[in-house]
Design a protein around this ligand. Structure first.
Ligand SMILES: NC(=O)C1=CN([C@@H]2O[C@H](COP(=O)(O)OP(=O)(O)OC[C@H]3O[C@@H](n4cnc5c(N)ncnc54)[C@H](OP(=O)(O)O)[C@@H]3O)[C@@H](O)[C@H]2O)C=CC1
Ligand SMILES: O=C1Nc2ccccc2C1=O
Length: 290
């Protein structure tokens, strides 16, 4: 449910996804400013009698400006959505961001050097530990992380009481991060892919190697990009505002091993990340210590 600009259609799209396209997992975040619409769509969908709250899986994320008061951040999400609980709550980014306000805004304050203003008095472990309390008090049915690298997971796993259920990261054939996926899976952490099409404007759909594989299976490149994850045991959260694409994005095909390998190989040597946030830290693929 992330949209960089117009957010007016989100309630309608979420209702359509649930009622007409069979979606059960909806991914949102405090950052996205649309938890009110997600909550309304959930209530409307339940009111039709076609789906129950228990059948739906609603994820939200707490923004790192709430690094000292993650539960307050989650309370704002619960209030905005009108939901009694979230099925999954994630630490949105492992990097605490400076904040003086109640509402966690601005989300991306910058220093004079133009980089995002980090707050080093908290860290990726202390933020997660506050969500452990939200698991224990029932505000979250499961908790996890987002944008955590292997070093960040390693240090978190040494200190946490509950293993994160999920690590949601940018993943696609141009950024396969198989080391991160294998590490997470070996620890019982489910990987979720965001930006399956490369984000706004879906730049990865222009990739010729992917188009070739799509032709072989007589499906669209978008179906190949989503099937890539499901075939690897990774869950995936595509976004579309267009009803026919919302339906199309529910389609998954079995991929032959040789095609999965071809897809992984696309970004193996020179991985490309589309989500570049202006932190003064090294986002070096797979090796980052931030
Ligand atoms: N944890 C995190 O830090 C992050 C999480 N996310 C989550 O991941 C979700 C997905 O990422 P998002 O940024 O939305 O980017 P996506 O990679 O899902 O791409 C969205 C773009 O693809 C287009 N599109 C969607 N389906 C198709 C299709 N079948 N054929 C052609 N074009 C298509 C959409 O256009 P149109 O709408 O016009 O169809 C839109 O321009 C977000 O909505 C959010 O929930 C995203 C970023 C970071
Ligand atoms: O969830 C997110 N969606 C985004 C889109 C652009 C940049 C950062 C983000 C997020 O952290």
């Amino acid at each position: 449910t992330w949209s960089p600009d117009d957010r007016s259609q989100i309630r309608e799209c979420v209702e359509y996804a649930i009622l007409e396209a069979g979606y059960r997992h909806i991914d949102t975040a405090y950052l996205y400013g649309c938890e009110d619409q997600v909550g309304e769509a959930v209530r409307n969908a339940i009111a039709t009698g076609k789906v129950t709250r228990e059948e739906l899986f609603i994820t939200t994320k707490v923004w790192p400006t709430f690094h000292k008061r993650m539960e307050d951040g989650l309370d704002l999400s619960l209030k905005a959505s009108g939901l009694d609980y979230f099925d999954l709550v994630l630490v949105h980014w492992p990097i605490p961001v400076k904040c003086d306000s109640e509402d966690g805004k601005p989300f991306w304050p910058t220093n004079e050097d133009g980089y995002i203003a980090r707050d080093t008095s908290s860290n990726h472990i202390t933020m997660y530990q506050q969500l452990e309390k939200c698991l224990e008090n029932g505000k979250a049915k499961a908790i996890g992380v987002s944008n955590y690298s292997i070093p960040k997971l390693e240090s978190l796993l040494k200190e946490c009481k509950y293993v994160p259920a999920v690590n949601q990261c940018e993943l696609h054939p141009l950024l396969p991060r198989r080391d991160l996926c294998d590490f997470s899976t070996s620890k019982g952490i489910v990987m979720t892919s965001y930006f399956p099409f490369g984000g706004d404007g879906a730049p990865i759909l222009k990739n010729e190697a992917i188009a070739e594989i799509a032709e072989k299976y007589s499906v669209s490149s978008s179906t190949i990009l989503l099937s890539y994850h499901v075939n690897l045991g990774v869950s995936v959260v595509p976004k579309s505002f267009k009803p026919h694409r919302i339906k199309l994005n529910g389609k998954i095909v079995y991929l032959q091993k040789e095609d999965l390998k071809k897809l992984i190989d696309i970004g193996k040597e020179k991985p490309h990340r589309f989500n570049n946030i202006n932190y003064d830290v090294d986002l070096e693929f797979g090796k980052e210590d931030w």
